[in-house]
Ligand binder design. Structure first.
Ligand code: ZN
Length: 242
């Protein structure tokens, strides 16, 4: 079976539809989401509905918890706070209880899922550097840990006592004797300078993970952000991938 893996949708329905359409064509049967369904983008409600329909494990992100009052607005920067206030006004009771039902971590062999970091899921810290990723390896016992949060895709592997290293292949085997920390990047707001949406697949039989970048209708997503009266910066950054 093939699993579809994605994270950080951030209310960007155009990017989410592009990713889900692609994953469906790839023959994906189950989906895993590493959180932040809402925040920043103009379609929080349709994105929640679409992700909930997939019925796969979804972990809570800081924006998901921010939208239901479980993370204080003071923990977000100004544009994020503005969009969070707007998002809160959009959510129905059902959508609030869906976000409230999300756990901080989930396990689905061979994966351990957490939005920010396995060492401190509630602290919402970023794992950016190879050194940080290496330190995180001892906080999960599964074969591979899937994270989101930084919107910056990377794969780090560590075998036994050898130093961790960055994997640059778009396709790699998840070997049972090696540990992996994988940030699948962001669907709705990539920040690595490439505006295309991020996602991945995992073939459970071959144990192969493949990562992808997909074009989507950025202009439509930007128009919706402007139409909703959200900060201009949130529209501009989608085109720049920053
Ligand atoms: Zn995020």
């Amino acid at each position: 079976m093939k699993l579809g893996i994605f994270s950080d949708v951030h209310g960007n329905l155009e990017a989410l539809e592009a990713v889900l359409g692609f994953l469906e064509k790839e023959g994906v049967g189950s989906y895993l989401c590493c959180g932040d369904i809402v925040g920043y983008g103009a379609d929080p409600c349709p994105c929640i509905e679409r992700v909930a329909q997939l019925r796969g494990p979804v972990v809570a992100g800081n924006h998901d918890w921010g939208a239901i009052g479980r993370v204080s607005p003071g923990e977000f920067n100004s544009a994020a706070r503005t969009s969070l206030g707007w998002t809160i006004e959009q959510l129905s009771e059902n959508e609030v209880s869906y976000l409230d039902s999300l756990a901080l971590t989930e396990e689905l062999d061979p994966f351990y899922m957490v939005h920010s970091s396995p060492s401190a899921p509630r602290q919402w810290e970023y794992v950016f550097m190879l050194r940080d990723a290496e330190a995180e390896m001892r906080y999960f016992s599964s074969n591979a840990c899937l994270v989101g949060h930084s919107h910056y895709p990377f794969v780090v592997e560590k075998k036994g006592h050898s130093p961790a290293r960055l994997l640059r292949n778009r396709r790699f085997e998840v070997r049972p004797d090696t540990k992996y920390l994988v940030n699948v990047g962001s669907v709705g707001q990539p920040r690595d300078g490439d505006p295309r949406a991020c996602c991945a697949t995992y073939d459970t039989k071959a144990r192969v993970m493949s990562t992808y970048r997909l074009e989507y209708d950025v202009v439509r997503a930007q128009d919706k952000i402007r139409g909703a009266g959200l900060p201009e910066f949130l529209a501009e950054r989608l085109a720049a991938g920053r």
